[in-house]
Design a protein around this ligand. Structure first.
Ligand code: G4F
Length: 325
């Protein structure tokens, strides 16, 4: 039985990926903070239904010793490094902790694997935020990086560390440069969930308006369940490599709002207010990914389109706020 280790197993991607790996017969191990084990109701809700099937270890991205011990004990065949401070806005508020945790965490786990499980295949959750002030649209694996946030900078460093471990130590290390990916399990701080939850709450009479920042930003939004399949496929290839995972379509935040409120039967213009305080000090104006390399080599393509993604998220949030749910 193959053993997989997932950092960030409690997040959206960790929840989809662990289900996928369990279905494929893997023994799935996850690293979680000690506080999460003490408060499973709030912190482990996304993996509640599979809690008995996964093996959780308490550890922290800030502690090399804890990661080293876990890797030594499990000796995984595959490691999916998803954990990070992943909220771009917050990275401006606390740039030091974002940069420390994200860069050191990646470095620590790579080093622990090199020392204790050098045959383990490694996946790094790289990000389209690395393209930042884009030099070219659509973005490919060859597009130069120009990150616009401490988060983006930390992901460029993680990507370079991953490449360096591949080239210097022959580790099977891949980066998935994933564009925005969403689902009903998305955290409430990200704009898509903020919008679908906001629309559902307004519809249910629980809120009167929704405050948002920049409505003109354009993102390439896909479905997280599709994107975690791509992570798995990267580690099944004969050679390690880096791949852009995207839909190839871009939409403004305004279009997302219009569609989401429309699904809830609401006219968004009556409820959505723009708040300058929610604008970022430096914005990534447009992201649109070219996934042709993944299509050719991994035989991967997105299954859920933009409209269906918005509908899926709104419907789930309408159910969640309904009095009978
Ligand atoms: O949903 P967001 O916060 O996602 P963002 O910044 O694009 O980052 C996400 O995708 C990345 C992949 O490219 C990941 F690496 C990263 O970890 C994260 O998952 O914001 C999307 C856009 C931005 O342009 C933002 O300025 O929505 C705009 N926006 C407008 N109003 C807002 C809001 N974003 C948030 N979070 N909240 C708002 O009220």
């Amino acid at each position: 039985m193959k053993r997989a280790l997932i950092t960030g197993i409690t997040g959206q991607d960790g929840a989809y990926l662990s289900r996928l790996l369990l279905d494929k017969g893997y023994e799935v191990h996850g690293i979680v903070r000690r506080v999460a084990l003490e408060d499973p109701e709030h912190r482990l809700w996304r993996i509640r239904s599979i809690l008995k099937k996964v093996i959780l270890h308490s550890g922290s991205l800030e502690s090399y010793a804890s990661l080293f011990d876990i890797v030594e004990k499990i000796k995984p065949d595959e490691c999916y490094h998803l954990a990070a401070q992943s909220f771009v806005s917050y990275s401006f508020e606390d740039e030091f902790s974002t940069i420390n945790t994200n860069i050191n965490g990646t470095h620590f786990i790579l080093s622990a694997l090199k020392n204790k499980a050098p045959k383990c295949k490694f996946y790094f959750a790289a990000s389209s935020e690395q393209f930042g002030k884009v030099r070219k649209t659509p973005q490919t694996e060859e597009t130069p990086f120009h990150p616009r946030s401490p988060y983006g900078i930390s992901k460029v460093a993680g990507y370079e560390l991953t490449r360096n471990y591949r080239e210097a130590y022959n580790i099977f290390a891949c980066s998935g440069i994933l564009f925005n990916h969403e689902s009903p399990m998305r955290g409430y701080e990200f704009v898509t969930r903020k919008i679908t939850n906001g629309a559902a709450r307004i519809k249910a009479g629980l809120a009167k308006e929704l405050q948002l920042g920049n409505l003109d930003a354009k993102r390439d939004w896909g479905f997280a369940g599709d994107y975690t399949e791509a992570m798995f496929l990267m580690l099944q290839q004969p050679e390690p490599d880096d791949y852009v995972i995207a839909t190839g379509e871009t939409h403004t935040v305004r279009e997302f709002v219009e569609l989401a409120f429309g699904h809830a039967g609401l006219d968004w213009k009556k409820y959505v207010k723009q708040d300058e305080a929610l604008f970022r000090p430096a914005e990534v104006n447009i992201l649109c990914g070219d996934y042709s390399k993944a299509q050719k080599k991994l035989h991967w393509k997105p299954k859920v389109n933009f409209k269906d993604l918005v509908r899926m998220m709104v419907e789930e949030d309408l159910k969640l706020v309904s009095p009978h749910s």
